[in-house]
Design a protein around this ligand. Structure first.
Ligand SMILES: Nc1ncnc2c1ncn2[C@@H]1O[C@H](COP(=O)(O)OP(=O)(O)OP(=O)(O)O)[C@@H](O)[C@H]1O
Ligand SMILES: [Mg+2]
Length: 246
């Protein structure tokens, strides 16, 4: 199995006040496999967002080593955040096209790419709407469409569904799985929802707080589409719950 991204002994501290250091991450080593759906699961404050920021290059000061597969460049990265992070003064179409602005594309090609994502995410009717006119679910559809518009090889997602009601979240998870199946990109996602992690991920790393470190990595080989009522699903749920519970 090829490696997309490798972390060796990653540690990260924050200087809270002079003389007070908070160790957010301690000696994290792991390999993200090319094309896999990888989830970091852990309670609030475990360092999940910090780790994702380090891995994705948003956080530049850390200790340890991070190496990227030769097949992937930083420009192949994409991000989806919990707070939809849309620009309120741009329309849906313009927001989705943002990531393409730095690419060397003609405006016709850019429009074509955006139109494809609008269609895929059932946003065509809203292409000229502004973010404030959309429901939370719609806004996150725009967030996903924007992230996918550049055809990324790795997408980093920080709790992308946690602000949504459970029905909308479930619908978006299904959409994401379908797209992941078709495009075969690598997904690295953060979650604090055990059921969500089991529904989506190939592997789940359980992070424990203070300092954040990997307690265990679980292979989730449940057949897809996953049956949340199956005994194997419950068994893995219990295993994860036991690892995470305070
Ligand atoms: N910029 C910062 N400056 C100082 N401390 C920080 C900073 N960012 C994070 N921390 C601290 O690092 C620890 C890990 O934070 P992080 O946001 O990574 O956790 P998390 O697992 O993502 O939590 P949540 O589930 O609430 O999003 C916390 O104790 C947090 O207060
Ligand atoms: Mg976080």
């Amino acid at each position: 199995m090829n490696t997309a991204l490798e972390l060796k002994n990653i540690s990260k501290s924050f200087q809270e006040k002079p003389g007070e250091t908070l160790v957010a991450l301690k000696n994290i080593s792991l390999e993200i496999r090319l094309g896999e759906f990888f989830i970091f699961l852990g309670p609030s404050g475990a360092g999940k967002s910090t780790l994702l920021r380090v891995m994705s290059g948003l956080e530049k000061s850390y200790e340890g080593n991070l190496s990227l597969s030769g097949e992937i460049a930083k420009s192949d990265f994409s991000f989806v955040f919990q707070q939809f992070a849309l620009l309120p003064w741009l329309t849906v179409r313009e927001n989705i096209g943002l990531g393409l602005m730095s690419r060397n594309l003609s405006s016709a090609d850019r429009n074509k790419r955006v139109s494809e994502e609008l269609k895929l995410f059932k946003l065509e009717k809203f292409s000229q709407a502004f973010p404030r006119e959309l429901s939370g679910g719609m806004r996150q559809r725009v967030g996903l469409a924007r992230a996918l518009c550049t055809n990324p090889k790795i997408i980093f997602m920080d709790e992308p569904f946690s602000e949504l009601d459970s029905f909308t979240a479930e619908e978006l998870r299904q959409d994401l799985l379908k797209i992941w199946n078709e495009r075969k990109m690598t997904i690295v996602m953060v979650s604090h929802n055990i059921e969500e992690a089991l529904e989506l991920a190939d592997r789940i790393a359980v992070l424990t707080p203070l300092p954040g470190r990997i307690e265990k990595i679980i292979e989730n080989s449940l057949p897809r589409p996953r049956n949340k009522r199956s005994p194997d699903f419950y068994r893995l749920y219990d295993e994860l719950y036991t690892l995470i519970k305070p």
